[in-house]
Design a protein. Structure first.
Length: 276
């Protein structure tokens, strides 16, 4: 539900059956304090009935032509009366709807609403059309914003999956844990990266430096924590192979946590107040 203000008159616009419906009741208030009487006078007009019949024939396959012909023949007679509700129920019309409740009243498809507005005042119809177009432009801008935000969320999820698939340390098997490593630095490298410094150099002959030079901030944080834990494990007399398995499990757990924290900090900008 949206509101537009047309020449100081507030008019409600609803989405109904995937189309925009504009309040005829609100438009009629422009002419009189008794909008139902205004709408009644308009809908019983022969020209109005013929226009509604053509519109329904074009867009409503369930429109009852026989009943419509009955109304068309009576239109113009002094005794002829017709209400929007009677029109809808009798002909199964789709272009007009009558709602009750908070936003109750008579609504019509925008095509019909513009026709009704022109019956009220040609000038008012032009104002109505202008404000309705402005509303649609604002909605398109908001739709574009929503699409950008959804894309940001999608990229966010892709980023999350990439972290989980590529940055979480591999789980070591017992065979690798049973190898005696020459220095404790390689114990940490195995726990964190799944390879020793020498294995990394052999796999990356074109890169200078060492494996830790290419670590990201999360990996460096985790390595620092592993170093502290490893010192505690050594003091506790835990064998190297067992320490390696413990450190590897800690590395996997901590990198998952760090990945989730990184995800939550991805910036998704708030929608500007003016909708731009």
């Amino acid at each position: 539900m949206s509101k537009i203000v047309v020449d100081n008159t507030s008019i409600t616009v609803l989405r109904f059956k995937e189309s925009d419906f504009i309040s005829l009741t609100d438009i009629a208030k422009r002419k009189s304090d008794e909008p139902s009487a205004v709408i009644g006078n308009w809908i019983r007009n022969r020209n109005t009935i013929e226009y509604l019949g053509i519109w329904e024939t074009l867009y409503n396959p369930d429109f009852k032509l026989l009943e419509f012909e009955g109304f068309r023949k009576e239109a113009g007679l002094n005794a002829f009366t017709l209400s929007p509700l009677k029109w809808v129920i009798t002909t199964n019309a789709a272009g007009i709807c009558v709602k009750s409740g908070r936003y109750g009243g008579t609504y019509a498809h925008k095509d019909i609403a513009f026709k009704f507005a022109s019956w009220i005042s040609v000038e008012f119809e032009l104002y109505l059309y202008k404000e309705f177009q402005r509303l649609k432009e604002e909605e398109q801008k908001q739709l574009g914003w929503s699409a950008k935000r959804e894309l940001a969320k999608l990229n966010y999820r892709i980023h999350t999956d990439a972290i989980k698939q590529n940055l979480i340390p591999p789980e070591l098997d017992r065979r690798k844990a049973s190898i005696v490593y020459a220095n404790e630095a390689d114990v940490l490298n195995m726990a964190m990266f799944g390879m020793t410094a020498q294995e990394w150099r052999e796999a990356n002959p074109d890169k200078k430096g060492n494996i830790r030079d290419y670590a990201n901030i999360n990996e460096l944080i985790c390595l620092s924590n592993l170093e502290s834990l490893n010192a505690v494990f050594i003091n506790d007399g835990i064998p190297q192979g067992e320490r390696l398995l413990k450190l590897n499990r800690v590395a996997i757990s901590q990198m998952r946590v760090l990945a989730e924290v990184t995800d939550r900090q991805i910036f998704l900008p708030e929608a500007p107040a003016d909708g731009k």
